[in-house]
Ligand binder design. Sequence first.
Ligand code: FPP
Length: 262
Amino acid sequence: MPRWLSFWRVPKNKSDLKRLDELTKSLDMSKLPVHIAIIMDGNGRWATKRGLPRAMGHRSGVESLRDIVKVCSSLGIRYLTVYAFSTENWKRPTEEVNILMDLLVEYLKKELKELHQNNVRIRAIGRTDELPEKASKALVDAQNYTENNTGLTLNLALNYGGRNEITDAVKLIGNDIAAGKLSPESINEELISGYLYTAGIPDPDLLIRPSGELRISNFLLWQAAYSEFWYSPVLWPDFRRVHLLEAIIDYQSRQRRFGGLK
Ligand code: FPP
């Protein structure tokens, strides 16, 4: 086991350990998804089920994120994009929004060094300049600190909305046309991809949504056109390495045709 995984929340009972071992053996390391995207859902329900405040669900969700980042990095996954705060999440009570922002700052503060030592590059996608100052500053610092890293790229989707992203891209394209830098005839799918927040990052191969919800919720609308979806009833704070491996193994069994024939 790579040293970095030593803090992984190892399953406590024998049957879970056996399952983890079986899954690890079934994994085809030559067919890993290049880009995994995750909608980290179910924190609130996890807390409510235990009679805890929602904040505790988010705090526990951060622990799942820490673990999944380490596993993805150790497996050699190139890109991990996580939906941490949507453009719609501002509708939540101010107290909950503040808690989420504080958790983000705390996560970056606590993890940055270790992420950097493990060659992880942090990137933020979304209208991050509209986040509270301490959060946007922490993000800018983390991105600068890790910008030359060549291992896993961790994309944090914050104040992110797929429709906003496309709207922002259309505005930028319009500006470039008005400035004479671009002709309308040159607009194609590749060009549009290059104007998105995810410019330069391949589309997600695998999109994971825990918590039993079967929606895309305004996440990576353009990029997920041919992503393989994997859903699970497990709530995000309960999401473990075993679930990630199940998702990847299921992905490896799929036949991707991208609209063509095999
Ligand atoms: C959805 O669960 C989750 C969120 C809106 C936030 C996800 C955030 C984290 C896991 C932690 C903070 C992120 C970082 C990067 C440190 P929900 O609250 O909608 O759950 P529910 O549907 O059960 O109410």
